[in-house]
Design a protein around this ligand. Sequence first.
Ligand code: EPZ
Length: 421
Amino acid sequence: MDKFIVQKSCPLKGRVKVSGAKNSCLALMAASLLTDEPIELSNVPDLVDVRTMAQVLENTGVEIDRSGPGKLRLDSARAKGLKAPYDLVRKMRASCYVLGPMTARKGKAEVSLPGGCAIGQRPIDLHLKGLSMLGAEITTSGGYIYVRAERLHGARINLAGQHGSSVGATINVLMAATLARGVTVLEGAAAEPEIIDLARMLGAMGAKVEGAGTNTITVEGVTSLGGAAHTVIPDRIEAGTFAVAAAITGGNVVIADCSPEHVQSVTDLLENLGVIIEKGRKTLLVKADGQMPSFEISTQPYPGFPTDMQAQFCALATQAEGRSVIEENIFENRTLHVPELARFGADIAVSGRKIIVRGPTYLSSAPVMASDLRASAALVLAALVADGTSEIHRIYHLDRGYEHLEIKLARIGAKIMRVSA
Ligand code: EPZ
């Protein structure tokens, strides 16, 4: 198992490039199941989750050609309505994205129930509710979900759950609706940039989708979809993580190949904390002096402050002057980074949905354990300002969603090294 060795590295300086968005790419790959013509994706990040999704699709008969760096060609002409097995689904919950498109195109899909997760219960009831309202028959047995449908039909579906909109359910049901007979209206739909990216590609494939990026999406079903070539949008969470890396180290970093408008809630907050942000069309300059006041944030669906940046801002709060309050509203258990940050010496505690951080605190190096993807990023950020040499274990979580993080950070001055334990 690999680990990172990280030494205090202040300030970070230079230019870092953002990769394609993991969470967009996974949905786009699954959408290839909707057509028997090839889908060509560019700006595909080299990530464990992307490889897992490729395995899930290959398991159903999709032919995947890694046609060059950052490129994937997916040909679903020979895909069958086969299983997404437990071994793959337990590694990555987004494997259940095959449910919608498989059912729509092949009339059946079988996917292992994903089970629990380190950040919360994460049920998929809204995915199943949506498919059921489109006319699919859903049964579960032996830990698997079986979905069957002759031909899906349009429906008016409210996808809002108790924590607000669901990104995954919107993706799954939107894909299914493209091939359903008649009109589907998705209310309470997620408005994340990844949904817009998916809708754009579906449009290029011949789907009739309106309203993506708002909470109401209307889909007029068509009988078949064609191929498309599509470039994955930049990863907004990776961009946000680099912005925090610059802020926490008092650095001066240009974040290139990003979409500044997708990280507005993050950059607005940093600006309020006195960090200088300069936006270009595809770049963000982040310049800080390492001094900042405390802050209060509350995670919300897009365009609110993203839950996927919560852990990184916990790390930042350890260096802010005063009492910061960070409220997690999307996932009930996304706090496993808290005791690990305390191992660096952070004054941090969980109180209900809130994480309370008092700063600035002197952090000193420690061996710590990553518990999930964004928690891993928070530990790297803390290690960059902790005196001494830290070890971050279980970085396989990080490899799921950050492309070559240690190489990118090292290029802007971080003393970080991967070693195989
Ligand atoms: C997506 O997860 C992302 N994953 C997550 O990224 C991200 O944290 C999350 O959206 C929120 O932005 C992918 O895109 C692959 P949800 P998803 O459905 O779709 C509840 C990362 O670090 N819910 O929007 O699973 C759910 O439990 C990650 O990259 C139901 O109750 O999230 C949560 O409380 C991790 N029933 C809330 O809705 C359902 O059927 C939002 O979850 C579905 C969700």
